[in-house]
Design a protein around this ligand. Structure first.
Ligand SMILES: Cc1cc2nc3c(=O)[nH]c(=O)nc-3n(C[C@H](O)[C@H](O)[C@H](O)COP(=O)(O)OP(=O)(O)OC[C@H]3O[C@@H](n4cnc5c(N)ncnc54)[C@H](O)[C@@H]3O)c2cc1C
Length: 467
């Protein structure tokens, strides 16, 4: 256990209000948003400056305490859960937007800024920060960078990685790292910035980041298409892409999700439909008009049961907001929601829906599927109860078989939620022992003592809470 002297040192350095060591304060920090994973930290700190982060890391290094960085804990793979106990460094009090640079079209912010706050701040200046994870009202930029978060606009605008221009952080040995800058081109040495993005808090702690901004689209049109079977909805997505149209958003919800969302938000979604696609096209007004018409033509050709267009901007926002509630809406109907992140080449979407339905039937499970269909990224979610051992075994068998197909089709075990703890067993199936070994060697180079977020991405031989 951490000594009282060490806690006193932390209080001296960070202030009593920024240190928690009582069990009742620590309990909640032992979870993220992944069901069934909980470990108790020994202490948690909430630094308000990078000096505070450094002081906490130095203390942890001296005491041999594992360090787990944390943003808002909305992660869906157990990334910020302290599997070996130790110290949580929670970045969410480092929440200042430092500079909006209108000449270079960049924004620089501390790692604990909430994603939507950044979006709103740059929007006030007439600029656009596209990455919009469903959790954007809560998630932090640090968490987004470390998971390379995607979002509803990912299809056209890409993911967090595509906007990160520079990072400032602290490495496990206490050294400060600055990588990247405001120059749009930079090939000086290894691409450390790109290595850090998506590294799930295992290589360094990010304290500050600079992001690229773009001009906002001038116009947007929102279409809703309903389908009598999920296969046709999947085929519609690949047909729209094959028609060389790239909507900004192409999101899917199946019948179970439509019903849970409708119960939750009550906006009149048709409960009898097997699937819906929420499609947004944006850009220059003339192009938007043309693209929306072209999307409609493809939808009619593949056999959508009904197509409608959002009446106005408020209606469009209401539909996007409804889609963002999908996970919370599903979570209301069962004690446990096991959510996966299967991602396939878009041409395989229709088959993936068939496979999900076949396996749900085979394993007698209730499954709701939603996701970023335009990215081939689906979240098949098993609605279950972790107290029911048999049901949990069936749920794991469901995912095991599903991933066999997903990998055989050239897909990935995680499109955006990361490996963390939850998917450790899947990673080697995808990239092989050789790939995992290279990753271990990179981890070793950044963190020879193995103190930073241990036990994540790949198994750690010293795994297990400290005594
Ligand atoms: C309802 C809901 C909807 C979601 N929708 C999406 C979605 O559309 N797209 C998507 O990609 N994800 C989605 N997620 C998952 C999650 O919101 C994202 O992974 C998000 O990026 C996590 O941010 P966070 O601040 O909560 O990070 P946390 O969960 O606190 O941490 C995530 C990881 O980052 C590390 N970390 C956090 N901050 C730092 C830092 N400053 N330095 C170093 N490491 C750090 C942690 O150690 C951990 O490994 C959703 C989650 C929920 C609950």
């Amino acid at each position: 256990m951490i000594s009282n002297t060490a806690i006193k040192h932390l209080i001296d350095k960070l202030g009593a209000a920024n240190v928690a060591s009582e069990k009742e304060d620590l309990l909640v920090l032992g979870y993220d948003s992944t069901p069934g994973i909980h470990y108790l930290p020994e202490v948690a700190v909430f630094p308000t400056s990078s000096e505070g982060v450094l002081a906490a890391m130095e203390l942890a290094g001296n005491e041999g305490l594992p360090i787990v960085p944390r943003g808002s804990g909305t992660g869906l793979s157990g990334g910020s859960v302290p599997v070996q106990g130790g110290m949580i460094i929670c970045l969410n009090r480092m929440n200042r937007i430092l500079e909006i640079d209108e000449e270079n079209l960049t924004v620089t912010a501390q790692a604990g800024v909430v994603t939507l706050d950044l979006f709103n701040a740059v929007a006030e200046k007439g600029l656009f920060y596209p990455p919009d994870p469903g959790s954007q009202k809560i998630s932090t930029l640090g968490g987004n960078i470390m998971e390379d978060a995607g979002g509803l606009r990912g299809l056209k605008y890409g993911v967090t990685r595509d906007y990160v221009m520079a990072l400032k952080g602290i490495l496990p040995d206490g050294s400060l790292l600055t990588t990247g800058g405001k120059s749009v081109k930079d090939v000086a040495g290894y691409a450390l910035k790109d290595l850090l993005v998506g590294s799930e808090g295992t290589l360094g702690i990010i304290t500050e980041a600079t992001f690229k901004l773009i001009p906002p689209p001038q116009a947007k049109r929102t279409l809703l298409a309903y389908f009598k079977d999920t296969r046709t909805a999947g085929a519609a997505v690949s047909n729209i892409i094959a028609a060389k149209i790239i909507p900004s958003t192409m999101e899917i919800m199946d019948r179970a999700t439509i019903n849970c969302v409708e119960d939750y938000v009550k906006i009149g979604l048709p409960r009898e439909m097997a699937a819906l696609l929420l499609i947004e096209v944006d850009g220059h007004p003339a192009a938007v008009l043309e693209e929306a018409d072209a999307v409609r033509v493809v939808l009619e050709r593949v056999g959508a049961a009904h197509i409608e267009e959002a009446a106005d901007a408020d209606h469009a926002n209401q539909l996007a907001a409804a889609r963002r509630t999908a996970l919370s809406a599903l979570a209301r109907v069962s004690p446990t929601t096991l959510l996966e992140d299967a991602t396939v080449p878009r041409s395989r979407l229709a088959e993936t829906f068939d496979e999900i339905e076949r396996l749900a039937e085979k394993f007698k499970l209730k499954v709701g599927t939603f996701g970023h269909a335009g990215d081939g990224n689906l979240h098949p979610t098993v609605l279950c109860d972790e107290r029911n051992q048999d049901e949990m075994e069936r749920a794991h068998a469901f995912y095991h078989e599903l991933y066999e197909k997903v990998l055989a089709w050239g897909g990935t075990v995680s499109g955006e939620h990361g490996i963390g703890l939850a998917k450790i067993d899947y990673l080697e199936r995808q990239i092989g022992a050789g790939g995992v070994n290279v990753m271990r060697r990179i981890k070793q180079a950044f963190d020879p003592g193995g103190l930073l977020n241990p036990g994540k991405i790949f198994r750690d031989t010293t795994e297990g809470p400290r005594g």
